[in-house]
Design a protein around this ligand. Structure first.
Ligand code: ADP
Ligand code: TRP
Length: 332
C-alpha cells in the first residue's frame, strides 16, 4: 500500500521559491505518482499565532490555494482543505496536549526564535503550535510528511506524541516519517528564504524580468571571488546562487556542469546568475500562465475547499472518535 502523505502551509503571504522547492514540488510528485493518498491543507489557525491582519488572512488563503492548483495539485487526486474546516483537529489538539510536556515545547527552536522576535506576543497558541501541528498530522493518520528541513523539530514532536499515545492507550497511530532528503532554499542574502522577509524572497508569481533584476542586484555569490579569473567555491562559499542551481538547473545534480566551470574560473558570477534565472524561467513560466487563468476564480476555489473540507472531516472525525473512546471520553 502507498503512503498517507500530508502537509500544510501557513497562509502568511505569497508562496516563494523556498516553499515550492522545499515543499509543494514534493506534494505534486507524491500526488502524481498515483500510489499515495494525499492530504494538503492551509494551516490558517497556525497563522493566528503571530501578529496578522484578518483581511490579509482571508485574501492570502485563497491566493495560496490558487498557487497550489496552478503548481499542479489536483482536487480530484489530492484532498485540498483548510485546517479550520475540520473542527475535530482542534479537539484532537486538546487531547494530544494532555500527553505533551510543556518543557519540550519551550525548547523548540522556532518557538525560541519567535519569542525573541515578538517578546510582547508570546501567546499560548504559539507555545502549543507544534501540538496543533501534531493533530494535523495524526488526524488523517499520515505516514509521510513532506516539509522543508526547518520543520524537523515539529514533526519529531508529532512522532513522539504518536508513540506516547500508542504506549498509553494502545496502538492507534503509525509513527509518521519525513523525507530522506530535505532542502533549505537560501534567500537572496544567503539566509533561509522566508515569507516574512520580502526583500530576501523570490515569489513564484514574480515576473521573470523582476526575478532577473533581483538576482543581478541582490544575489550574493562567493565573496572571496573578487575577479572573474579567480576560481570560485560554489559548494561552500556561494551564498544564494549556486545552491539554487542545484535544485533547478538540469545537469547540476549529476554532472555538476556549472560548479565545475566556476571552480575552473570558466564562468563568472554574472553569467551564472543569468543561467540561474533562465532555469527558473523554464520552471516558473508554465505555472505563471496557469496562475493567471485562476486569478478571477474565487468561487471555484471556495468550492474546491468546501468539498475537500468535507472529505477530510469524515476521515479525521473517525480518528478523533477512536481517540475519545480510548481516552475515556463519552459524548452524551
Ligand atoms: P515560511 O517559512 O516562508 O513562512 P511556511 O513556514 O509556511 O513558510 O512553510 C511552508 C513549507 O515550506 C514548509 O514545509 C517549510 O519547511 C517550507 N519552506 C519554507 N521556506 C523554505 C526554504 N527556504 N527552503 C525549503 N523549504 C522551505
Ligand atoms: N508549521 C508548518 C510551517 O510553518 C505548517 C504546518 C502546519 C504543517 N501543520 C502542518 C506542515 C502539518 C506539515 C504538517 O511550515
Amino acid at each position: 500500500m502507498g503512503e498517507i502523505v500530508l502537509s500544510g502551509i501557513r497562509a502568511t503571504g505569497k508562496l516563494h521559491l523556498g516553499n515550492f522547492l522545499g515543499a509543494v514540488q514534493n506534494f505534486v510528485r507524491f500526488q502524481n505518482s498515483g500510489e499515495h493518498r494525499c492530504f494538503y491543507f492551509v494551516a490558517d489557525q497556525h497563522t493566528l499565532t503571530e501578529p496578522y491582519d484578518p483581511e490579509d488572512l482571508r485574501q492570502y488563503l485563497l491566493e495560496m490555494v490558487k498557487d497550489y492548483l496552478a503548481l499542479g495539485l489536483d482536487p480530484e487526486r489530492s484532498t485540498l482543505y483548510v485546517q479550520s474546516s475540520v473542527p475535530e483537529i482542534t479537539e484532537l489538539t486538546l487531547y494530544l496536549g494532555m500527553l505533551q510536556p510543556v518543557g519540550e515545547l519551550l525548547n523548540i527552536p522556532t518557538y525560541k526564535e519567535l519569542v525573541r522576535k515578538h517578546p510582547d506576543n508570546v501567546n499560548h497558541g504559539l507555545l502549543t503550535y507544534p501540538v496543533l501541528m501534531a493533530a494535523d498530522i495524526l488526524g488523517p493518520k499520515a505516514t509521510l510528511v513532506p516539509v522543508g528541513s526547518d520543520q524537523v523539530p515539529n514533526v519529531e514532536l508529532a512522532r513522539d506524541l504518536a508513540k506516547r499515545f500508542n504506549n498509553r492507550f494502545g496502538h492507534t497511530f503509525v509513527v509518521p516519517e519525513m523525507m530522506r532528503q530535505m532542502v533549505k532554499v537560501p534567500g537572496l542574502d544567503g539566509g533561509k528564504m522566508g515569507k516574512s522577509d520580502a526583500d530576501n524572497a523570490i515569489e513564484i508569481k514574480m515576473p521573470i524580468p523582476e526575478i532577473r533584476q533581483r538576482y543581478r542586484t541582490k544575489g550574493i555569490t562567493d565573496k572571496e571571488r573578487t575577479t572573474m579569473d579567480k576560481p570560485g567555491d560554489p559548494y561552500n562559499r556561494c551564498m544564494s546562487v549556486y545552491p539554487v542551481h542545484e535544485l533547478v538547473t538540469p545537469g547540476e545534480t549529476d554532472t555538476r556542469e556549472i560548479a565545475k566551470a566556476c571552480m575552473a574560473a570558466e564562468i563568472g558570477c554574472v553569467a551564472c546568475k543569468e543561467r540561474l534565472v533562465d532555469s527558473l524561467a523554464a520552471m516558473l513560466e508554465p505555472f505563471q500562465a496557469r496562475r493567471v487563468e485562476l486569478a478571477g476564480k474565487d468561487d471555484y476555489v471556495r468550492e474546491v475547499l468546501h468539498e475537500g473540507g468535507k472529505a477530510a472531516r469524515v476521515i479525521i472525525a473517525e480518528t478523533v472518535a477512536e481517540v475519545r473512546d480510548k481516552m475515556g471520553i463519552v459524548l452524551y
